[in-house]
Design a protein. Structure first.
Length: 306
């Protein structure tokens, strides 16, 4: 194991003292290390001119604006906090991020896209992502006890920025989760890894999205975050959102139909009623939701807009 230099250790301590997330800490240390390797010198021996030259190098390589600004944040923190050079951070300029419209799927496209997702776990995870507007990491780390059917909400713990929040739980999504629970019997994590020793990695959902796009032959870039954007757009048009959540049931039921409603429920760690108290034989059927949209029709619609 490589020994950590005192300078890197001090930066890690400064990040930890300010309670920045582990992802942010890794990102900052990574970008400062890349900056140091580019010049082949310790970063405390580099100044503003080197920072400016490095920024020009990144722009020339057509690095994304988000990655460029992450580098700026890391360098401003390193020089301003770790080295205590208060004069330098303000001179390191942020890049103006272009404002682009996100890709948004229509109701039919959402249904057809979810139909093409392989695997019950991945499909239900992406359906949950859309139905409540979650980020990939938030959906991946959902726990069974986060579902509160008595208040029809889902608790999101330590989302972006280390913040907790509650999101709405629609009756349609609750029914889907009930059927999913009866089929897979997850333990602590709602969407566990194959070995059951932890939650799935957010990248697993991204891979599932790319596989669905390849299956449909879609040229448009559809990611997990695209479902979040679609949720926000459909929520703005509340009637459309209600319709889509009903159609989603039609998209998912063929994959999980015929599941027995029997079985015992786990012992919940929290006091109070069980979050998913299920009435037997209440699972919806695809016939009650109308005819699902076919993947072929979805691919045609997506490519027509690309």
């Amino acid at each position: 194991m490589a020994q950590i230099s005192p300078l890197r250790q001090r930066m890690i301590e400064d990040l930890t003292i300010r309670n920045l997330s582990p992802e942010t800490q890794r990102s900052y240390v990574h970008h400062v290390a890349k900056f140091s390797r580019f010049f082949g010198r310790s970063p405390d021996q580099l100044g503003y001119e080197e920072v400016r030259a490095y920024q020009a190098h990144l722009v020339g390589r057509r690095v994304s604006w988000g990655a460029l600004n992450q580098t700026v944040c890391a360098l401003r923190f390193f020089y301003g906090v770790t080295l205590g050079r208060s004069d330098l951070p303000e001179r390191i300029a942020y890049a103006r991020t272009p404002r682009k419209l996100p890709v948004v799927l229509s109701a039919d496209e959402v249904v057809g896209f979810l139909q093409a997702v392989k695997g019950t776990r991945n499909r239900v995870a992406l359906m949950t992502t859309y139905a409540v507007g979650l980020r990939a990491a938030e959906a991946a780390r959902l726990q069974v006890t986060d579902i509160d059917s008595s208040r029809m909400i889902i608790r999101i713990e330590q989302g972006k920025g280390g913040k907790d929040r509650y999101v709405m739980l629609s009756p349609q999504l609750l029914e889907i989760l009930r059927v999913y629970w009866r089929l897979t019997k997850p333990g602590r994590w709602l969407f566990p890894r194959r070995d059951g020793r932890g939650p799935i990695h957010p990248q697993t959902l991204g891979i599932a999205c790319r596989a669905a796009c390849e299956f449909l032959g879609v040229e448009k870039r559809v990611t997990v975050h695209t479902l979040r954007h679609s949720f926000a757009t459909h929520l703005w048009k509340w009637r459309m959102y209600s319709t889509v959540t009903g159609l989603i049931i039609a998209a998912t039921m063929p994959a999980i139909s015929g599941v027995s409603s029997g079985g015992s429920w786990p012992r919940w760690r929290r006091a109070g009623p069980r979050p998913w108290a299920v009435t037997p034989n209440t699972a919806p059927t695809a016939a009650s939701c109308g005819k699902p949209i076919t993947p072929a029709a979805t691919a045609t619609a997506l490519n027509a807009k690309a």
